[in-house]
Design a protein around this ligand. Structure first.
Ligand SMILES: *Cc1c(COP(=O)(O)O)cnc(C)c1O
Length: 441
């Protein structure tokens, strides 16, 4: 991709390649016209906030080109200023769009910035959003603490039963937003069926008024699931997690149709949540090329660890999409697939400890966390996920502490629930540490 040959115009979303996705994760889609370094094998970190313009005419042309996807096409971009675009981010965006089967991608400074941007572009005052009950804690906080002042209504319902949509659907509904698998309880939403349902509702709506499906694909990563292929309009990721993979950089991305690229770029330019070039570079250079290797290893370990936990006498239940006991196992088998069609149930496990009351379970959960924090070599008490190291956390008191204790059940998870994000250690070592830690409660 470092060669500057002319790019044949191809239909963006459907490129038939003779190469495998493992290879494309390293090289990207094709020869990139964003590549500004003709003799480098690895792109240098583009650490320049501003760009030299050959003439005032070129500067003017650059401004005219910005956020003009339709007329710009595959033309070589004129770089002006980092907040508008620069080579590292632009190359990362090309690759992300390609692996996730979207037409375009726009990156942001974090996953939350990506969520705010896509919803900011799709809604205005008076509109309504339907969400699943279980969501990442800060997404709940965004909806509860900020959206009321924009007069945007948010309806959390149980989307594992799609019939529930009818109870909150109305002409102001503009977006259906959810995570699958959901953080932290691993609920799975049927994207294919939801697409059919939304298509029916949309039949009666004008082009500009159609409901959009937005999926947060952070838990699965592009390796294990591509929601756009299944029927979502947009996919977002926190690149901070499994996509970045090493826990060194924050980032977020919105992937979808070309039609929305300009609005997403303008939103980023004006609200300012620009992905740092150094982070874009790290995700492009380390994250994506190692994604397939990391995910395959983590999934293999996760299956072993989920089975171990499911058979452990101190564990009440385990929710992992790779276990037959998962309530939506059949849906998971249809939509969580790697690039080659193999079942890819991801690297996140949710489990609940036994205890004869919620208080007791919660106490056991805390005891386990504290023992792990002090003693376990292969598990670290920390939020985040998709790291090289296995991370364990207690959602009720950490990532989801925004949910009050009496609302946990309503939000679909347990006071004593534990979230385990499997890293790259040997599965047997993690199991050894889990076994030892579970003895303490
Ligand atoms: C972490 C996370 C986010 C937020 O991403 P940041 O990069 O931390 O802003 C959003 N959704 C899910 C499911 C997450 O796990």
């Amino acid at each position: 991709m470092s060669k500057k040959t002319s790019l044949k115009k191809t239909k963006e979303s459907k490129i038939d390649s003779k190469y495998s996705m493992d290879t494309h994760l390293i090289y990207g889609k094709n020869v990139s016209n964003k590549w500004d370094y003709s003799h480098h094998v690895t792109a240098p970190i583009s650490s320049s906030t501003t760009f030299r313009l050959d003439s005032v005419e070129r500067g003017a042309e650059g401004f005219l080109q910005f956020a003009q996807t339709e007329t710009q096409g595959d033309k070589q971009p004129i770089f002006i200023y980092d907040r508008l675009g620069e080579p590292n981010k632009d190359m990362l965006e090309e690759n992300l769009a390609y692996i996730e089967k979207g037409e375009m991608a726009v990156t942001y400074t974090s996953g939350m910035a990506a969520i705010s941007a896509v919803l900011g572009v799709l809604t205005k005052s008076g509109d309504e959003i339907i969400t699943h009950t279980t969501l990442y804690g800060c997404t709940i906080s965004l909806f509860n603490n900020w959206y009321p002042r924009y007069n945007i209504g948010v309806h959390p319902i149980d989307l594992t039963n799609l019939k529930n949509i009818n109870s909150v659907l109305n002409e102001n509904t503009k977006v259906i937003y959810f995570e699958t698998p959901a953080n932290p309880n691993m609920d799975i939403i049927n994207i294919i069926e939801l697409r059919k349902l939304v298509d029916k509702i949309n039949e009666k709506r004008s082009v500009d008024n159609k409901i959009k499906i937005v999926v947060d694909n952070t838990f699965a990563t592009s390796f294990s699931q591509r929601p756009i292929e299944l029927g979502s309009d947009f996919t977002i990721h926190s690149l901070t997690k499994g996509m970045g993979g090493f826990g060194t950089d924050m980032g977020g991305v919105v992937i979808g149709k070309n039609k929305y690229r300009d609005a997403l770029l303008l939103y980023r330019k004006d609200f300012g949540a620009v992905l740092n070039t150094k982070s874009a570079w790290a995700i492009l250079t380390y994250g994506l090329p190692s994604l397939a290797l990391r995910q395959r290893q983590q999934i293999k370990s996760s299956i072993k660890i989920a089975e171990f936990l499911e058979n452990h006498p101190k564990v009440e239940f385990v929710k992992y999409p790779g276990l037959k006991s998962h309530p939506q196992y059949k849906i998971a088998k249809k939509q969580m697939l790697d690039f080659y069609g193999n079942f890819a149930p991801g690297s996140l496990i949710y489990f609940v400890l036994k205890g004869n009351s919620p208080e007791k379970t919660k106490e056991n959960g805390k005891k386990l966390m504290n023992y792990v924090a002090d003693n376990a070599y292969t598990m670290t008490l920390a939020v985040s996920l998709g790291h090289t190291r296995t991370l364990i956390e207690h959602p009720a008191s950490m990532t989801h502490s925004v949910v009050p204790a009496d609302k946990l059940a309503e939000r679909g998870f347990e006071a004593g629930g534990v979230r385990l994000a499997i890293g790259l250690e040997k599965a047997e070592d993690i199991i050894m540490d889990l076994e030892e830690s579970l003895k303490q409660i």
